[in-house]
Design a protein around this ligand. Structure first.
Ligand code: ZN
Length: 300
């Protein structure tokens, strides 16, 4: 049996690959697409996002003799991969992404344009992206973009796109309420976007550190980072528990895709069942006790 890659892993890899410089709506929509696909049993990752003009020159130089701003980018050893010169790709403005399918265990890239691939593209289009697979001249199957109705010329002139995506601005209602609660309870200021990203997870860790200090006299630094000190300071949360730490457990389980029922901070049957399923899926001891191993699995 293979262990299915966690949604969080796919989201984190995708965030990393998109890089800084992404339009926030495009980025959120990309992550929403990964999540939506995951819920349908399709594991997908974003392989590229923002690309600087120099990086674009480097790509354009593949298979060509090419120089840009006085620098030689010729690379005849490789095949041509793009027809877009620097400034002629929506990637250069943080408005495009590329995706690929990964194996269920998250270890292998699968580049076959099959029904899964088409489905991901359809999810992306539903979120407001245009798909390179629909182009007539040069099909670019991994490519999705949001142009905001602007041409390269307008973008190069510094015009800013106003992209709104009604679907992502709503996000996941439960995650939105979790994010609101974290912000008010732990004085964080994470984006309330309904998407479980690294910042939301870090804020949950801050919450856990805060509660461990307050309720159990631990002396943790509240930095939102998972490390051995925080791991060793965790307490066992089990049936009958009723506290803010139980709420953090419920929130974390929900984010991982295991619904614990109402997020009420009370460890009842549903929370126990969600924890059990999560532990089984993660191949850790399925004892319905959230101890060090479970906390570590959730946050490391
Ligand atoms: Zn692309």
């Amino acid at each position: 049996m293979t262990v299915k890659v966690a949604l969080r892993t796919l989201l984190e890899r995708s965030v990393k690959k998109m890089g800084k410089g992404m339009n926030p709506v495009v980025k959120a929509s990309a992550l929403e697409m990964v999540k939506h696909a995951y819920n349908e049993g399709i594991t997908v990752q974003i392989s590229a996002g923002y690309r600087s003009l120099e990086e674009q020159a480097n790509l354009y130089g593949q298979g060509r003799v090419y120089s840009y701003k006085g620098k030689n980018y010729s690379n005849l050893a490789k095949p041509i991969v793009t027809n877009a010169k620097p400034g002629q790709s929506y990637h250069n403005y943080g408005l495009a992404i590329d995706f690929f399918i990964v194996s269920d265990d998250g270890r292998r890239a699968i580049w076959t344009v099959n029904s899964k691939w088409q489905r991901v593209a359809a999810i992306g289009k539903g979120l407001g992206f245009k798909w390179g697979g629909d182009w007539s001249s040069f099909k670019d199957y991994p490519h999705l973009e949001m142009t905001g109705g602007l041409s390269y010329t307008q973008l190069q002139a510094g015009k800013e796109p106003h992209i709104t995506s009604p679907k992502t601005s709503k996000g996941d209602g439960h995650i939105i309420s979790i994010q609101k609660t974290i912000n008010s309870r732990y004085k964080t200021s994470i984006a309330v976007d309904g998407v479980y990203g690294p910042k939301t997870r870090s804020a949950l860790i801050k919450g856990l550190q805060t509660e461990l200090n307050k309720q159990f006299n631990k002396k943790l630094i509240v930095d939102g980072k998972w490390g051995p000190k925080t791991k060793n300071a965790t307490v066992i949360i089990k049936k009958g528990a009723s506290c803010n730490i139980t709420w953090i457990l419920q929130a974390a389980l929900y984010m991982e895709g295991f619904n614990p029922g109402p997020l009420d901070g009370v460890f009842g049957e549903k929370t126990g069942a969600a924890l059990f399923k999560y532990q089984k899926a993660s191949r850790i001891s399925a004892d319905k006790l959230a101890g060090k191993v479970t906390w570590n699995e959730l946050f490391a």
